[in-house]
Design a protein around this ligand. Structure first.
Ligand SMILES: Nc1nc2c(ncn2[C@@H]2O[C@H](COP(=O)(O)OP(=O)(O)O)[C@@H](O)[C@H]2O)c(=O)[nH]1
Ligand SMILES: [Mg+2]
Length: 319
């Protein structure tokens, strides 16, 4: 308990080792991380959260790196969480990949951390946003979350952002694929990266067509920005667009509403998670396992079994 107190104080002071420990705690230790996050809660909320998502290989990490360098030039501290098995941030990538990170990786005002996406994806979006909370409390002003946009969990992760950027490339059908994966719904800004390649203008047109067809989100019209991340082209335009979106959110009260909704979701999810963990103790697991055969044989219905399981369930509380 005392140890966690100390850790939280050091995190708030921006101590890098403590930040690392805090994020590891979130990844591995359920009850301790709860205490830690409770301690730092009052220091959360200063950072601006930018989600960067899109198909693997679209250039998300390259873009993240260049954006981070842009913000550093403006003297802002940048925290990056990458949830991407193929990310060079994981360190497991090929050597060539790591060279791209040199723009910011040695900068003490940049903190880069990858989250392991193996294992249960369900808890991943929660852990990711908690890790961002740690960086936020530690004083990083720009918080970038890189995720591969392929499934629902990744979309959930993106939804913890204030501004969500969807990165696409000129390859044929990419925008159609993105539409199928639900990416068109979540983007506040679309980036057509690798616009040094053939078909860039055509791809921009087709993304714009899709965007124009779709219902606008609170009067914000998502735009498409062309970039060549590997050559640092279009980064200023992208950063300007992010700032435009941020100002839009602030002036329309949308930022507060977004954050209110995020807290609402968070509290509901914590309740669900807590009840789930407390409910499924050994005794109830046994009741379920021992009665499953009877349900299969239709001697007991699932509803009767649920009634039996729920009998005498009173939560012991959240401590
Ligand atoms: N031609 C071209 N290649 C790029 C561009 N941006 C990134 N790349 C390359 O695309 C590959 C994948 O980039 P990466 O940032 O790791 O993609 P991620 O999987 O979306 O994070 C790398 O080899 C990059 O050097 C670009 O604008 N144009
Ligand atoms: Mg990546």
């Amino acid at each position: 308990m005392n140890r966690i107190n100390q850790l939280s104080e050091k995190i708030i002071l921006g101590d890098r080792i403590s930040i690392s420990r805090g994020i590891s705690m979130i990844e591995n230790e359920y009850s301790e991380s709860k205490i830690l996050l409770n301690k730092i809660f009052k220091n959360i909320g200063q950072g601006y959260r930018i989600g960067i998502t899109g198909p693997p290989g679209a250039g998300k990490s390259t873009l993240t790196n260049k954006l981070a360098a842009f913000y550093r030039k403006n003297n802002l501290k940048v925290g990056i969480i990458a949830v991407d098995p193929t990310s060079p941030f994981t360190g497991g990538a090929i050597l060539g990949d790591r060279i791209r990170m040199t723009d910011v990786e040695l900068d003490e005002n940049v903190f880069i951390r990858s989250m392991a996406s193996r294992g249960s994806l369900g808890g991943l979006s929660k852990k990711t946003s908690e890790a961002v909370d740690i960086l936020d409390a530690a004083g990083f002003q720009i918080l970038i979350i890189e995720t591969v946009g392929v499934g629902q969990s990744e979309l959930d992760i993106a939804s913890t952002a204030d501004t969500t950027i969807v990165v696409l490339v000129p390859e044929s059908g990419d925008s159609i694929q993105a539409m199928k994966a639900g990416l068109m719904e979540i983007g506040d800004i679309f980036v057509l990266n690798k616009s040094d390649r053939a078909g860039a203008d055509q791809a921009v047109m087709s993304i714009k067509t899709i965007l124009n067809l779709k219902q606008q989100k609170n009067n914000w019209q998502p735009d498409v920005i062309k970039t060549v991340a590997s050559e640092n082209k279009g980064i200023d335009e992208l950063a300007n667009k992010i700032e435009e979106h941020r100002q839009f959110l602030v002036s329309t009260n949308n930022l507060i509403q977004k954050r209110e909704k995020r807290l609402n979701d968070q509290i509901r999810n914590l309740i669900t998670e807590h009840l789930h963990i407390e409910f499924w103790d050994e005794e109830r697991e046994n009741i379920l396992n021992n009665n499953l055969k009877l349900v299969l044989e239709k001697k007991v219905t699932p509803y009767e079994l649920v009634e039996q399981l729920l009998k005498n369930f009173n939560t012991k509380g959240y401590k």
